[in-house]
Design a protein around this ligand. Sequence first.
Ligand code: AMP
Ligand code: FE
Ligand code: FE
Ligand code: ZN
Length: 281
Amino acid sequence: MSSMSIDLHTHSSASDGALSPLELVREAAQLGISVLGLTDHDTLAGIPAAQEEARIVKIELVPGIEFSTEVGVSEIHILGYYVQESKVVNDLLLLLKNVRLERIILMIKKLNQLGIDLNPEDVLESSKNGVYGRPQVALALMRKGIVGTVEEAFQKYLAYGRPAYVPHYKLSPWEAISLIREAQGIPIYAHPGVSQRDDLIPSFAKAGLAGLEVFYPQHNEAQTERYLNIANSLSLLVTGGSDFHGEGKSSSTLGYPDLPQKYYEKFKKFALHLDVHKALG
Ligand code: AMP
Ligand code: FE
Ligand code: FE
Ligand code: ZN
């Protein structure tokens, strides 16, 4: 790996990742990653432990979060970097956490109605922090021998349109973008190639979107090129990351794809600029 390797999109056990924040940071340092973004779903709970370990192993930790939002049947993920905690932010995160818990219970009920024997405890015991998502349900189904793989659990039961699917709390991408901006954070449209709603990018930009996650494992060369061009034409930042969830939990590899340093420098400059505004009040 190059001397400066940058991965701005990862998950820990604070949400649906396999490694604790400390283990994730250690693993990143061992791989030669110099800048690591921790972007757990709907929670900032993993950040303090990750920060502390990052100081010890001397890598830069970029604090982040990933919100799941909806537009019609499309799911849009919005990353927020350097979000400042406040009552508004913490109230929303608590609401999202509670709704995620109710959502898991509802998924289990739907699975039970399909004749599958699964109890809330089978799922809830696996996660310490309590920001639950479908991956924890998938793993519980695997432990019970009901499916062979996480992928099979999604395809048979949990994916959109499958019989145990339950939608998220309805947050719109525009709401997430505003919230992140109000919290002095940097909103980035995560893996746009997965959502396939490029038609919405100009309207996100008008609402305060700061950038696109261009470098992403599932983006092919043509998509990467396309999003670089869109970012360029709308004066948006360019970010990238692996979306690593831990070995075996996702096919992604920590540190891949690498975000080229020149884009990170622009991102950092933008963050420092926001900092100056914060300092000036
Ligand atoms: P949720 O937060 O409950 O909507 O779950 C979404 C998360 O599930 C994503 O962030 C991924 O970590 C994971 N995921 C989504 N689709 C799949 C899939 N087809 N196979 C494995 N994991 C998936
Ligand atoms: Fe995830
Ligand atoms: Fe995502
Ligand atoms: Zn992610």
